[in-house]
Design a protein around this ligand. Structure first.
Ligand code: TEU
Length: 545
């Protein structure tokens, strides 16, 4: 069997540090808390963690607004804590990936302050633009284009100090770097090198489709409006378009990603380390997504772009064919020789059992473990944690605060997916010994917590662990795959490798029992040994007879 590089069949576990484990009782998770719980991650077979940002930040977007890219946020700990986290994780055989946020910096960062003051070398560090003068009223300042921020409102914010607008694709306090400026690209490489030097094994690349916007030089010197759709009477200064042709997916961004890959590969070669990996966070169409892998000729890109299809294309209503389609979609479009991956949730999306159904948790986790490539688990998925209830009064997510009101904020809020990890049935679910946690603990923690699931005869945790052990089998790391709908709600995933055991997952994604004839399934026409009891078939796959 071809030996695999460390990352090619690993399980990556996303930690949202603010909500994982609080070691000092301030109600906020921290690095020492993560260190305390590394054993749990080793126990469930995690090969790498990626942590949402732990750098110095005013926390407008909970760490995605970085003011100092070279230091650890004090609420999370110190550089020493970080270094011991890397060391302890490595001792347990767990790689450490950081979140790399190159698209923007906090307006509190020195980069931004210097750029706003036009300090030499920093003038063009961000995307600055003059106002448009209102033809009807010369004293009226208009924004350069009708572009809308991901968090609502215009992307353009006026700077009194500089008498220009700056662009922000996310919060007002997250100013977009100007990637057409060489000094910015060089600085990003410096940051990458700095954390590689601390032993970090790779990065998740945040919000990559947003790195560039349309260049005014290509549009007669102006920022082109997004074409309006729908209501043609919209005021162009009032955001109202639904297309996004100028604000994301600009082709130049791929060269930047390919340059980062070259840098990571060269770093590895020059320093004799293990492979440093880059994972692109890109919500994009399949063509633009696949380009992150590389250009298929001479350039490699990210080791993989995250596969968000289970989040964006499936729900509790999906049937067996929908699942089969989504699985085949990625594997069909993926360029030859690349590695697949599967994401079931993250800190931006409703939690897996809430998007699907709680009775699908074991099936979904088993699917994740049995599909070819890299399995990605968001903290809590291994115990089936659901969205927590967060009232409007307790809501802190900038996206919800900007765009929501008491009636609709849950359409925007990412807080429900960020409530603290449920360790046990003690105060604050064992997350924190303090009087108050930064987000409320979900009310279901007495029933849904790790300790209870360790003690129970059957539990999500036990299924996850069983499946992560099974995942080490050569068939699952090296075998072929075959996926097929068997009925409206039941499909089968078969993994097959000649001379090794064949494994099949029969998954009923519906809510009703289903009767299935497995004799027609390819690779399963040999005498079949059913090992359903070892992973509890009724939990694993809904009800399969
Ligand atoms: O998210 C990037 C992204 O694509 C968001 O628009 C995402 O779709 C949105 O949060 C869903 O509501 C990344 C991070 O994952 C997110 O937490 C950050 O807020 C964002 O970048 C800005 O850094």
């Amino acid at each position: 069997l071809k030996p695999l590089d460390w990352w090619e069949h690993t399980t990556i576990y996303q930690i949202y540090p603010r909500s994982f484990k609080d070691s000092d009782g301030d109600g906020i998770g921290d690095l020492r808390g993560i260190i305390m719980e590394l054993e749990h991650l080793a126990d469930i077979g995690v090969g790498a963690i990626w942590m949402s940002p732990v750098f110095v930040s005013p926390m407008v977007d909970f760490g995605y607004d970085i003011s100092d890219f070279y230091n650890i946020h004090s609420e999370y700990g110190t550089m020493q804590d970080f270094e011991s986290l890397v060391q302890k994780a490595h001792e347990l055989g767990i790689k450490v990936l950081l979140d790399y946020v190159p698209n923007h910096a906090s307006t509190e960062s020195n980069y931004f302050k210097k750029s706003e003051a036009r300090d030499p070398g920093y003038e063009n560090y961000f995307v600055w633009a003059d106002p448009i003068i209102d033809p009807n009223n010369a004293s009226n300042r208009l924004v350069p284009s009708n572009w809308i921020s991901q968090f609502g409102g215009t992307v353009w914010e006026w700077s009194e100090a500089r008498q220009q607008y700056y662009l922000h694709q996310f919060a007002i306090e997250q100013a977009d770097f100007n990637f057409r400026e060489k000094a910015v690209r060089d600085e990003m490489i410096n940051i990458m090198r700095y954390w590689f030097n601390k032993g970090v094994d790779g990065y998740r690349l945040d919000a990559i489709p947003h790195l560039f916007e349309a260049d005014p030089n290509d549009h007669g010197g102006v920022y082109p409006d997004e074409p309006l759709s729908g209501n043609m009477f919209l005021n162009p200064n009032q955001p109202g378009y639904t297309t996004q042709v100028h604000v994301r997916d600009q082709i130049e961004l791929y060269d930047v990603v390919y340059e980062w890959r070259d840098f990571a590969d060269n770093y590895q070669k020059n320093n004799g380390t293990e492979t440093k990996i880059l994972l692109a966070e890109a919500y994009a169409n399949i063509t633009m997504t696949m380009l992150y892998y590389g250009n298929e000729k001479d350039r490699n890109g990210a080791h993989f772009p995250f596969n968000f299809d289970f989040i964006t294309s499936l729900s509790a209503q999906s049937n067996a064919r929908d699942f089969v389609y989504v699985i085949q979609h990625w594997l069909t479009y993926m360029p030859a020789g690349r590695v697949a991956n599967w994401v079931f949730g993250n800190h931006d999306q409703n939690r897996m059992p809430s998007r699907f159904r709680p009775n699908m948790v074991d099936g979904l986790n088993s699917l994740n473990m049995m599909l070819p490539g890299v399995a990605i688990t968001y903290q809590g998925e291994e115990i089936g944690m659901r969205d927590g209830y967060v009232s409007w009064e307790d809501t802190v997510d900038v996206n919800a605060c900007n765009q929501g009101n008491p009636d609709n904020y849950l359409d925007y809020s990412r807080d429900p997916a960020r409530t603290p990890y449920q360790w046990d049935n003690t105060t604050n679910a064992g997350f924190s010994s303090g009087p108050k946690t930064w987000l409320p603990v979900a009310q279901d923690y007495m029933e849904i917590n790790l300790q209870a699931q360790r003690e129970a005869e059957r539990s999500h945790y036990k299924v996850y662990k069983t499946m992560s052990n099974l995942r080490k089998e050569p068939t699952l790391s090296h075998g072929n795959y075959h996926v097929k709908a068997l009925s409206k709600h039941t499909f089968v995933l078969v993994r097959h490798l000649i001379t090794y055991d064949t494994y099949a997952l029969v998954f009923n994604v519906g809510d009703e029992p289903d009767i299935i004839d497995l004799s027609t399934v390819d690779f399963l026409n040999e005498p079949l040994t059913v090992h359903a009891s070892s992973i509890h078939s009724e939990r694993l796959s809904g009800q399969v007879a």
